[in-house]
Every structure is written in structure tokens, then in C-alpha cells.
Design a protein around this ligand. Sequence first.
Ligand code: UN1
Length: 522
Amino acid sequence: MERQSTEDPYGHYVAGEWTAGDGTETFDSTNPATGEALATFERGTESDVDRALEAAAEAADEWRALSYIDRAEHLWDIYHELRERTDELGEIVTKECGKEISEGRADVVEAYHMVEWAAGNARHPHGDVVPSEIASKDAYMRRKPRGVVGCITPWNFPVAIPFWHMAIALVEGNTVVWKPAEQTPWCGQIIAEMFEDAGVPDGVFNMVQGFGDAGAAITDDERVDTVLFTGSAEVGQEIASKVGGEPGKLAACEMGGKNGIVVTEEADLDIAVHAAVMSSFKTTGQRCVSSERLIVHTDVYEEFKDRFVDVAERISVGDPLEEETFMGPVIEPDHVEKIARHNELARKEGAEVLVDRFELGDEEIPEGHENGAATAADGEGSDSYANGYWVGPFVYEMAYDPDLRSLNEECFGPHVALIEYDGDIDRALEIHNDTPYGLAGAIISEDYRQINRFRDHAELGLAYANLPCIGAEIQLPFGGVKKSGNGYPSAREAIEAVTERTAWTVNNSREIEMAQGLSADI
Ligand code: UN1
């Protein structure tokens, strides 16, 4: 991507054209490791969204008339491009959202896995042959696209999650209007260029850059048949209740969690510490599946605590472009403040603080990577990492109390509570399930009875045994229960949200015969 001047910001992609739209404001994409602007983008308005929706509605008939396989062909082009450009795009993900470089690449890999799944699925059966009570009747379930799908995606997986939503929606025959997260518009721009290069017909894929007002203009519009949302609990809840209340409109929303890992008295502590560190600190705690509660049996508590604290004290926070870095910066200054408020709240509620690296010492601030501070334009190095949004681990010990806000409210950062429990697996489950959320969680145990009890009774969408609670593969359902969401905006389950089911019944005789013994005499 060539850097443009602020006089010439990147625009929206609507009806197969690049457009500046009619907004008067622009915004910058920022490298969180340096605080420097990467590129400038038009801020979309309601009328920009209106045109995108119009284009999507107009393109719907022709797109749905194509075969599944023809639609998927366009996605295969994108699949190959994502594969070939994984390293380059991974670096852009890292520069724009601060995730360390293996995570930047993994984001792109996850994206092409989803595209592969969706495009490959075009050659799989779509629907069911269903038995009928009447021998002369044939009965089927057939799928049809719902129409226009609005996609609102977060910054923490700026390539993967857009494809979770859009690959399935498009292959199933829907047209799409997408708003990328305002923190990662550069990734949005690149993805839109891929759709353009893949020759997706005009109006089938539309992208409007912008903020929550543009997002609301998409979700609230009556031309949108399905909303797919991944992001914060507040916004997701608003969308789910608003859209859910409108007959004929569907929303599948996946939000955050206050995810927990249960370490039982049977646990292998090597696995426990490793899984807890991965779950709490990878992505600097900014996954919706990141863990903020470690619920540890009293018999192994002290040893687990010592070992976990030891790793949290030394884990590397640093240059996200370096392969050996474990944690990059957090996304933006407001997020640094939010994490500070959560750390403060824990203290106020009586936390025993075990590790506080919130304010990294000067010597811990990474030095500039030779490319790290580069803007999209100059590609030159600089040492401006001192202006990045750095936050280190905050680990605290807290006696369990169901009313503590610290144990219930999601921080979305490297902020984690150790909670000691005494008793059996049911006591651990009671503590584990006592949050408003239910997205991801794990049990670390060598006892299959404890493991199976967790599987059956943990209130979760994604449950793991002897693993971190991050790192789901795309072919599994991804969504949660309780406040974590009302649906699955990805893979097989997303098909339910972007298709209508027709119960299709055909009579093969010249008589009308009814089911349920209903008389057909007239
Ligand atoms: C998110 O945290 O917002 O399971 C998505 C994982 C990734 C997706 C995370 N595959 O960790």
C-alpha cells in the first residue's frame, strides 16, 4: 500500500468503486508500538453506509443466482493471495494492532483457513432430505441466502474475524456491507483490495471505514437481513437486543468473557503454568478468550502461584516485530487507562498484588525495531517506541466473593486473578460459573472424571482440557453463552445466521394425502 497524504486519505469501497464518500472527517491508523500514524482514512457517514447498503441490495439477486461453486471461486482467489502474502500481511497486522509477529501471521493463517472452509463448503451438501409420514411425499430442507449481511468486526483479529463473517455470508449467496474496526482500517483497506482483485461483482462486497455511528447505521437499517458482530459486550448487547426485537432480522453476536482456568489438585503443574501464561498474556490479554481468573486448588496453590508469578515477572514485553517477544503493546491510550482502572479496582476490593508491571520501567521499554516505527510510507526505522502503549502483567490474589466486580468485569488486558479453592470439582465449577459471561475456559487435571465434569457443567461455548483457553480452530463453533453472545458468527454455525431454511414438500401422487391423520375429504 502506498502511503497517502492527509489530503488524499483512503476511502470506502462501494459498488465496485473507491470513494471518498461525503464525510468531512478523516482518521489515522496508528502503530500502538510507537504512537505514530500509519495512514489516513475517510470517516464514513450514514449516507456512505446508505449507498453501500443500496449497492448490496441491488447486487443481491444476481449474486444469489450464481452457483455456490461460482461464488466460491472468487474466495479461492483471495485464499491464494492470503497464503502467498502471509508474512507481509502478518507484519502489517503487527504494526497496526501491536500483536507480536507470530500472532500477526497467525491472524492471516486463521483468515485463509476460514476462506478455505467456506469455499470448500460450496462443494458439500446444503440441506437435508427429510422423511415424510406419507409415502408419496418427498420432503426436504433447502437453504436460501437471507439477502444483505452487515458485518462489524473488532481490531484484535483484523484479518481473521472479517473472514469468519464474510467468507460464509458470501459463499451462501448473501451480499455484504462491512465496517472494519476504526483501530485497524489499514487491514480493512487491504482486504477490500483483495475483493476488488478477485473480481467479486460490484456491490456484492462493500466496505465503509468509520466508527460506531457508521456501524449503527449498518445494524439499524431495514435493508440488512442479518447482522454478524464480534466485539465488546456493551455494543453486542445493544445490537442483539435491538436487532433481535425486529421480526425478520437476525443478529449473531460474539462478545467477551471473564474466562477462567481451573487447576485441580490432580493437575500437572507444568501444563497448568504454561496454559495459564498463554491464556493470560498472549495478545497482551486482548483476546475475547483471554483468561483473567485462575481458580486453583489449595493443595497446589502455593506451588502454582510461585511458578506463575515467576513467569509473569520475567515475561518479555517488547518489540512486537521481534520473534522472541511474548507481549506487544496494547491497542490505544484509552485502553491503557481502562487497564489501569481495572488494576485500581482490584486493589480497592482488597487484592493482594503479586506482580505489578503496569508501568514498565524505562529500561523495559523496547528499543525501536529497524522497521518498527516505520509508517506505511517511509519504511524507515526510528527509536520512538517510548511513545508506544506499553503495559506489563498485573497479577493478584483474591479471596473468592461472588460480589466482587474485579472477578466479574472483563478488563481485556494482562490482568489476572488467582483464586484459591478448597473442595471438589463442583466447588471449582461453582466459582468458575459465577460470572455473567460464558465464552472460553479450561481445566487442568490428570483425572478424567474431573475433566468430564468440567466439560458437562462449565457454562461455556469453548471448553478445553490441559490446554490454554485461547487458540480455537476455525472448524469448531466459536461463540458463548450468557453475556458472551447470542450466536456464532463463524464457520458452520454462521450458516444458520446467513441462510433461511425452506421446508420443501412435493407430492408424487395425484391424490392429496395429509400427515397427522388429518382428513383430506372435501
Ligand atoms: C478473539 O479472541 O477475539 O480462539 C478471537 C482464539 C482465536 C480467535 C480469538 N482463534 O484464540
